[in-house]
Design a protein around this ligand. Structure first.
Ligand SMILES: [Zn+2]
Length: 516
C-alpha cells in the first residue's frame, strides 16, 4: 500500500458518486484517488511524507469539466484588447482609440468581446465607427459570440475579401459595412491567426486562469494549429490541465485516413470527437429557426449545411469511429441534426452530441433521449442573454424565449447533460449559478444536478466517467475546494470563489490554510 501525497480531512465532500454522495476525507497519491470516505478511511493512507490538511467543513467537489471550450484558441487572444467591459458603443470606440498605440506584431489591432445587446446604442460596430479610430492601422473587433467581427477600411484593403463572399455584409449600394460573418470571417482568421508556437506560449496564461476557476479538463475545439500547440505545450513540460480535443470538421478526412478514433491519447490529451457547425447564433440572427425572428420577421437564420450534406458529414464522422459534436442553436438546426442521426441509425452508445441545443422543443428532447444524443449546454448563456428583457427575449419573443435552454426537461426526459461555457466567459460556478437560479421553470436545476452536469456530465460525454467527474477510489486526483457552500446558499453561487484546485493530486492553484 503506497503512502498518500495529500490527504484532506474534515471536509464536506460531494463526490458525485450516486452510491456514496457525501464523504469527509479523501486521500490522493500517484495522481489517483486512493480512498474517500470518513476521516479515518482517508487518514489510513497517510505516511511520513503525506501532507494532511484539515478543511474545516469546506466543500470539495470533483474537478470541473468544461465540456465546450475554446481554450487553446483563446491563447491567441492573450494580448488582444478586451471590449467585454464596455458599457456603450462610444466607450468601445474610446477603448479602441487608446489601444491603437499597442497594435500587435503584424500591425493589427485585434479586440474581443463587444456585445451591442448591452449598449444603449443597441447596434453593431461598423466600418465607419472603426475608421474613426484609425485610418492607418488595420482593426478587427470580434463580437462576444465570435460569429461576427467588424473591421475598418484599412483591414478590408489588407484582407481583399471579394464582394459576394458569404457573410460579407454590404449596404444596398454595395458599400461594405465592415461586418464579417461566416466565410468572410474565416478569411479574416486565415490572415490573422498566430502560429502554433505562439499559441503554446500563451496557453499557460489562459490555462492558469481556467485552473483558478476550478477547471481541470476542457473539451476543447481545435484545428490543426491548436492540435500542434497542445503537443508543443506538452513536450515543453506537463500540460497545466487536461484536454479532450474536438477537432474541427475540416480535419475529418485526415483523421479518418490515419485511422484515429475517439480516445486516442491518454488522460491528459486525447481525441474526443469532431466539431461541426449546423447554424450560427441568436445574437447574430444566424441561428436557424422554424419561425422567423421576433425582431426581424423576414429572417429565420441559416443552415450552414443543407440537410443532406450535414447527414453525409455525420455519416463520415460516425464511420471514422468518432462522436460528432454538432453546433445547433435554433430549433430548425436542432431538427436537422436529430433527423440526420435518426436516418443514419447510429448506435445510441456512440454519444453524439448537440452543442448549445438552445431552442429545444419537448418532443425533440424525447427523440434525443432515444438516440442517446448528449446535450452539451452553456448555462452562463442563461445569465448572459435569456433573462426577461434580455437579448433572447427580443430575438425570440417572450413565448419562445420560455423554451430556451430547458435543462430540467432535458434531464427529466433522460438526456445526458454536459455543461460548459463556450468561454463566454469561463466559470463553472457562474454557469451552475444560472442553471440553479434560472428565470424559467424548465431551465431550473437542483445544485446536485447542476454540479453533476459540470463534472460527471462532461466526463460521460468524453467516455471518461470511470476515471473523471466523480471522486471515487481509483479515479484521477482532480478536485476543487470551494470558498462558500452552494448547497447552503444556492442564490449566491456566482459570488463564491475557488479556494484551491487539485490536479493529479497536487495543489495546482490557490492554497489551503490550516495544515497540520
Ligand atoms: Zn463554441
Amino acid at each position: 500500500m503506497r503512502d498518500a501525497d495529500l490527504v484532506l480531512v474534515d471536509a464536506e465532500i460531494h463526490t458525485m458518486d450516486p452510491e456514496h454522495p457525501l464523504a469527509k476525507g479523501i486521500a490522493f497519491g500517484g495522481g489517483r484517488i486512493l480512498g474517500v470516505g470518513t476521516n479515518a478511511q482517508a487518514e489510513k493512507w497517510a505516511g511520513r511524507t503525506t501532507e494532511i490538511i484539515e478543511l474545516g467543513r469546506k466543500v470539495v467537489v470533483p474537478g470541473f469539466i468544461d465540456a465546450h471550450a475554446h481554450l487553446m484558441e483563446s491563447a491567441a487572444r492573450v494580448s488582444n484588447l478586451d471590449l467585454g467591459g464596455c458599457v456603450s458603443l462610444a466607450a468601445a470606440v474610446e477603448t479602441l482609440r487608446r489601444g491603437v498605440a499597442r497594435a500587435g506584431p503584424q500591425g493589427w489591432l485585434v479586440a474581443d468581446d463587444w456585445d451591442e445587446s448591452r449598449w444603449p446604442e443597441g447596434r453593431y460596430l461598423t466600418r465607419n465607427d472603426l475608421d474613426r479610430v484609425s485610418d492607418t492601422i488595420p482593426i478587427a473587433a470580434v463580437r462576444v459570440d465570435r460569429h461576427m467581427a467588424s473591421v475598418n477600411s484599412v483591414a478590408l484593403r489588407v484582407l481583399q475579401i471579394p464582394l459576394g463572399t458569404r457573410g460579407f455584409e454590404a449596404t444596398a449600394s454595395g458599400a461594405p459595412t465592415g461586418v464579417l460573418k461566416e466565410d468572410a470571417l474565416e478569411r479574416m482568421w486565415d490572415a490573422l491567426w498566430p502560429a502554433p508556437e505562439r499559441l503554446a506560449a500563451g496557453f499557460e496564461t489562459v490555462a492558469g486562469r481556467a485552473l483558478s476557476l476550478g477547471i481541470t479538463t476542457v473539451h476543447d475545439v481545435v484545428g490543426h494549429d491548436e492540435i500542434r500547440a497542445y503537443q508543443i505545450a506538452r513536450a515543453a513540460g506537463a500540460l497545466p490541465l487536461r484536454a479532450n480535443l474536438l477537432a474541427r470538421d475540416a480535419l475529418l478526412p485526415h483523421l479518418a485516413a490515419v485511422g484515429l478514433m475517439r480516445g486516442f491519447g491518454d488522460e491528459w490529451l486525447r481525441l474526443g470527437g469532431v466539431k461541426v457547425f449546423s447554424d450560427g447564433s441568436l445574437g447574430a440572427r444566424t441561428a436557424a429557426l422554424e419561425e422567423p425572428y421576433a425582431d426581424d420577421p423576414l429572417e429565420r437564420g441559416m443552415l450552414i449545411h443543407p440537410p443532406i450534406e450535414l447527414r453525409n458529414i455525420l455519416a463520415g464522422i460516425s464511420a471514422a469511429g468518432l462522436p460528432s459534436a454538432v453546433h445547433a442553436i435554433g430549433d430548425r438546426a436542432i431538427e436537422v441534426v436529430i433527423e440526420s442521426i435518426e436516418s443514419l441509425a447510429i448506435d445510441p452508445g456512440a454519444r453524439h452530441r448537440i452543442e448549445h441545443a438552445e431552442l429545444l422543443h419537448p418532443e425533440q428532447i424525447t427523440r434525443m433521449a432515444r438516440l442517446g444524443i448528449v446535450a452539451s449546454c452553456q448555462p452562463n448563456f442563461v445569465g448572459n442573454w435569456s433573462l426577461p428583457g434580455g437579448l433572447y427575449e427580443r430575438r425570440l419573443g417572450p413565448e419562445r424565449n420560455a423554451l430556451n435552454n430547458p435543462y430540467r426537461e432535458i434531464l427529466r426526459r433522460g438526456v445526458a447533460l454536459a455543461f460548459g461555457s463556450d468561454g463566454m466567459p469561463y466559470g463553472p460556478l457562474e454557469g451552475i449559478h444560472w442553471s440553479v437560479n434560472a428565470p424559467f421553470q424548465g431551465q431550473r436545476l437542483t445544485v446536485d444536478q447542476a454540479m453533476s452536469a459540470y463534472t460527471l456530465g462532461g466526463a460521460s460525454a468524453g467516455f471518461e466517467e470511470g476515471a473523471k467527474g466523480s471522486l471515487v477510489s481509483g479515479g484521477v486526483a482532480d478536485a476543487v475546494v470551494l470558498d462558500g457552500n452552494p448547497w447552503q446558499a444556492p442564490e449566491h453561487i456566482r459570488t463564491m470563489r475557488v479556494s484551491a484546485t487539485i490536479l493529479s493530486g497536487r495543489i495546482a492553484k490557490g492554497n489551503l490554510a490550516s495544515s497540520r
